[in-house]
Design a protein around this ligand. Sequence first.
Ligand code: 5AD
Ligand code: SF4
Length: 447
Amino acid sequence: MKPTTAPKTYRVKSFGCQMNVYDGERMAELLAEKGITPAPEGEDADLVVLNTCHIREKAAEKVYSDIGRLVKAGEERGQKPMIAVAGCVAQAEGEEIMARAPAVSMVVGPQAYHRLPEMLDQAVSGKRATDTEMPPIAKFDALPKRRKSAPSAFLTVQEGCDKFCTYCVVPYTRGAEISRPYNDLITEAQRLVEAGAKEITLLGQNVNAWSGENAKGHAVGLAGLIHALAEIDGLSRIRYTTSHPNDMDDALIAAHGEVGKLMPYLHLPVQSGSDRVLKAMNRSHTSDSYLRLLERFRAARPDIALSGDFIVGFPGETDAEFEETLQLVDKVRYAQAYSFKYSARPGTSAATMDGQVPREVMDERLQRLQAALGRDQHAFNAASVGKNCEVLIERKGKHADQWLGKSPWLQSVWFEADAALGDLVSVELVEAGPNSLAGRLLEMVSA
Ligand code: 5AD
Ligand code: SF4
């Protein structure tokens, strides 16, 4: 490959989970430190980072088609972009990407992206670069300081997974569970608040497995970190995601009743309502132990909004077992939830299990599950009408003075106000749709 000119503009396209969004922002900061600027909206970038997700089907194929599209657009305008593939597909299929896609100059795994600047120098000098090493924590130390933040910011506190649910690629793409040190997190949170964040969502594949040593040298879990973050002036809201039922502790449940800044929302994946399926998934909780856990959260914070993840059509799932999932949904009445068709992931133990469920059966189950979840989400929204709550403004609406923000229960709320991004306002919720609510401004809380 011949030396290329150094890129002047970049675009980072992040797919998949919120942790990828966080990683995408950090990669953008690294590129900005090298003097590369974001490509203006609607214009092609000199460097495109595809920050990929491998959790469900067609991820890899999508990467190849995205690369094809970028190359074609580049040929049409007479200048091909430099392409980097990052994220979990890079980790899982890095070598194959390099072999199959000559247009790709860099392949960088989720634990190695702090090396992007050096890799870029290498790519500019004509050498393709790959790094899919998984050194624990190193990347965070090597990242630049936070300088800019949206009103609602992500902060990765924990990464990786040791649970090995039998369907999941995460333990292979993100590596073993690690917790970032307490002091680093407090510092990063303070910087985010100085940079404009009003809300911080703590991220981890098993965020509630986070553990560390506080400033006094005492061992603390996620609840201890949340209590400390709540002391930061200017930070109004704290959230965390995603949790595993087996890593819940009393302190975290109690924190929902103790810390006013901790929002009344819990995302706790269950995956299935059938104990046989849960066992085959290696989830190590039962439907009953999960329900009991939720009751404890409801006791600590009666208005808590519950969310979850579901997989339909896990190998061997029978009609009766799927019905148990619907029964669990009826008992919980989720405020909101995510549901997916099972997708065999290369290298996972479920991929070779007997009893793979036909696609039509999965389609039908997913439709029924989503109808039930949609019904409950709408009912939750409808039950919110008449309540007054605070909304954090995150986006401008289509009309002048129209804004979109999030309620404490993570509902999208539209309303009109003479306000600005990042303002906290008090609204009355006046009308509910399936996916959002309309609000009426009562007063400004803080600008
Ligand atoms: N197939 C379908 N859904 C999956 N998830 C994880 N792995 C798979 C898979 N192989 C879902 C789970 C998890 C969410 C992030 O993605 O529900 O909680
Ligand atoms: Fe995947 Fe299970 Fe780990 Fe979640 S807990 S990341 S589903 S292996």
